[in-house]
Write a protein that binds this ligand. Sequence first.
Ligand SMILES: [Zn+2]
Length: 93
Amino acid sequence: MATSSHKILCGKCRVSVEGPTNPKDHDMITCPACGRSDKFKNVMRSVSAFVEEVAGRHLQESLGKAARGSTFLKVTSKPIPKGNHPFIADFKL
Ligand SMILES: [Zn+2]
């Protein structure tokens, strides 16, 4: 995953977080608006979960559209719940 091409945002304020240019696992990443901060390692874990959630929902929607009107394809998957991610990414599909 090319995380360097996406901005990391605060999950609450949706503003770019501040940290070192090339953060290491133990470097602190901070939201300039609300002061929320965490180690880069934990921030990346939250961002990954967020990206997975967005990608999963997108895939599900595509499958739902493809299955509409088809008697062969039936999509019975449950909607993916919106997670509570402290940090997210400027990420669009
Ligand atoms: Zn914030």
